[in-house]
Design a protein around this ligand. Sequence first.
Ligand code: FES
Length: 108
Amino acid sequence: MTWRAVMPAEDLWEGELTGIQLGAQKIVLVNVGGEIRAYADRCPHLAGQLSQGDLDGRVLTCANHHWEFDALTGAGTNPGHCQLTAVRIQVRDGQIEILADTDIDMAG
Ligand code: FES
């Protein structure tokens, strides 16, 4: 595994979410009050893309059927029996970096 820079941290403003692709992996990035989190961009309900949803405070809402998640923990809040798949990130030298497979194809 290795850290891969995916975007400048300053391009993801507080209250924003965005989808990125790293190799074959789709990831949603959220910025909740300066705290950045990353999850698999796949709703645990019917696999909708969470990056197409809405971020309001720390509530991430899927656009498809409006399931809600705590954007800081990934825990389902409505309904509460689910959990987003967290992706490890760090911010280094102003870049958001994601822990990815070493041999990932960035052009993927
Ligand atoms: S696919 Fe996300 S709520 Fe149904």
